[in-house]
Design a protein around this ligand. Sequence first.
Ligand code: 6PG
Length: 206
Amino acid sequence: MALSGGSTPKVMFEWMAKQQFDWSQVHIFWVDERAVPPDHEQSNFRMTKAALIDPAGIPAANVHRIQSELEPARAARVFESEMLDVFGLAPENVPVFDVIHLGMGSDAHTASLFPGEPLINDLHAVSAAVYVAKLNMWRITLLPAVLLAARNVAVLACGPDKNAAIGRVFSGDEDLNSYPAQLLRTAPQTLWFLDEPAACQITSFL
Ligand code: 6PG
């Protein structure tokens, strides 16, 4: 599976860690990571390690951290190389995850594909380093080809600050560059887990 970060999933990860689940057969990757060291307060790995990996006792050999302390482009190359190796794939292939967990920002970004990011339209590459101007931050992210190839995609988005973006994702005209999460609205393997405050502006399903 590939997990997203941010604040929403922390509670879900803590719940997952308490389930009687055999994690020995699960390999954890990240959908994206901030270009900060793994012990930084903004690190997705740091949050996931505390909320899920350590409490669930997921074997270290099954945890494939993005080495975000490296220069971003190199971190993306190393990440992709390790991912393809674990999947037993040659370069240029697209890994097919059993499960990809995504979140969505109030600007309708998902993974680290923010509005205006040209790689939203790249349906071939696997991962990249992207500069997020609004955050003045580099990130490493999976790209659409991997998100769309997954057997199952679960999008978790909660709270009233997401409802305008959710409304545009589901009910607005197609405008991927402005609403990157629209990438998933026609993906048949995608399930959206929304609370009422986040879903209340959905007027139709396109
Ligand atoms: C990240 C996430 C990102 C997240 C959204 C929603 O690194 O921030 O991968 O894509 O899912 O930003 O984040 P919240 O759950 O904090 O609203």
